[in-house]
Design a protein around this ligand. Structure first.
Ligand SMILES: C[S@@+](CC[C@H](N)C(=O)[O-])C[C@H]1O[C@@H](n2cnc3c(N)ncnc32)[C@H](O)[C@@H]1O
Length: 327
């Protein structure tokens, strides 16, 4: 067995989380779409720039949660790197800078390259690296599907937290990861499996459109389909050596003094560009309809709980972390 002891901590989680999920989500349908559709609807880089990057930065801090992905990814990197204290690590789709920054702190003798397709995100990640006084990390604009400029067989560990699902051609991203990894190097990735607030968003968009909405342009669940990640890993000449599922909730706009509109903006973030287009082109009151539907959905308490200041806490979200080894 490749990862006998320490990885078993990941696998142990699966049973517990599955039980929890069944209690919470019995009967709930996931806002999930066929792969072909989700890939066609993948976002352009601009969809993560501008106001979206600011709103996304609000969601970002949620992933520091004890049960969130980043600590688990850093732990997984420690396990796979064993005694290598000066690894070369590539963080894809780093957004405002994680888990790359945590990895740079954990491996001060290593070299960490943080990358993202959005120049606005790269600016935020650069700020994060410099705010933390980190000297062993660099930040670059880079498309995960084209790692041109990174040598073959040169990286010990590639990380990608919630990034592959936004690539229009994820098979290219996995092939590039395999190309740049050293033989025997590791990919540590995370994808969303279940996001209860996306069901709420689907209901909201159904009210706006008067029919079942198409998949959102930014679809965080586009890699939730069972077996999809595993097939992509296999077809890129890598093998899954471990995987786990974990759960944590989001708290949107719950801090004292938060903008009362913030929770609404964050829930509708994946369809923000669609709402803007609809408001400009065909449904001038698209945002008002969405807001009324949002308030209606809140009352059901099926997907989240309203707080006294207008913020919300979502029912637990579920992600999958996988560790793959290059053959
Ligand atoms: C949900 S964020 C994840 C950010 C961060 N890794 C985290 O854990 O929160 C998704 C990021 O993927 C980036 N992205 C989208 N398409 C990409 C691509 N083709 N190549 C690289 N990054 C991409 C976006 O700009 C965005 O910053």
């Amino acid at each position: 067995m490749l990862f006998p002891k320490r990885f078993s901590c990941f696998s142990r989680n699966i049973g517990t989380h599955r039980q929890n999920r069944n209690i919470f989500w019995n009967g709930c349908k996931q806002y999930q779409v066929p792969r072909s559709l989700s890939i066609k609807q993948a976002p352009s880089p601009q969809q993560f720039d501008g106001e979206t990057s600011d709103l996304y930065a609000r969601v970002f801090s949620q992933h520091y949660d004890e049960n969130g992905p980043w600590k688990k990814m850093v732990n997984a990197a420690e396990v796979v790197l064993q005694n290598n204290n000066a690894p070369k690590i590539l963080d894809l789709a780093t957004g405002p800078g994680e888990p790359g920054t945590l990895l740079a702190k954990r491996f001060p003798e290593g070299k960490i390259l943080l990358t993202d397709i959005s120049p606005d995100m790269v600016e935020k990640a650069t700020e994060m690296v410099s705010k933390n006084g980190i000297k062993n990390a660099t930040v670059k604009v880079m498309d995960a599907q084209d790692l041109n400029g990174i040598d073959n067989d040169s990286i010990d560990v590639v990380t990608c937290c919630y990034g592959f699902m936004f690539c229009p051609e994820p098979e290219k991203a996995f092939a590039e990861v395999s190309r740049v990894l050293k033989p025997g190097g590791f990919l540590i990735g995370t994808v969303w499996v279940r996001l209860p607030f996306m069901i709420m968003l689907k209901n909201i968009m159904e009210s706006v459109l008067g029919k079942t909405p198409p998949p959102p342009p930014i679809n965080p669940l586009s890699m939730a389909e069972k077996g999809l990640v595993e097939n992509l890993v296999e077809s890129a000449d890598m093998e899954i050596v471990d995987s786990m599922e974990g759960e944590y909730s989001f708290a949107f706009g719950t801090e004292p003094g938060s903008d009362p509109e913030l929770a609404f903006k964050l829930v509708t973030l994946p369809t923000r560009s669609t709402l803007i287009d609809l408001a400009e082109e065909s449904i001038p009151n698209a945002f008002e309809i969405a807001k009324t539907a949002y308030e209606r959905e809140l009352k059901t308490e099926m997907y989240c709980k309203l707080q006294t200041n207008g913020g919300i806490v979502t029912k637990p979200n579920c992600f999958k972390m996988f560790v793959a080894k290059r053959r």
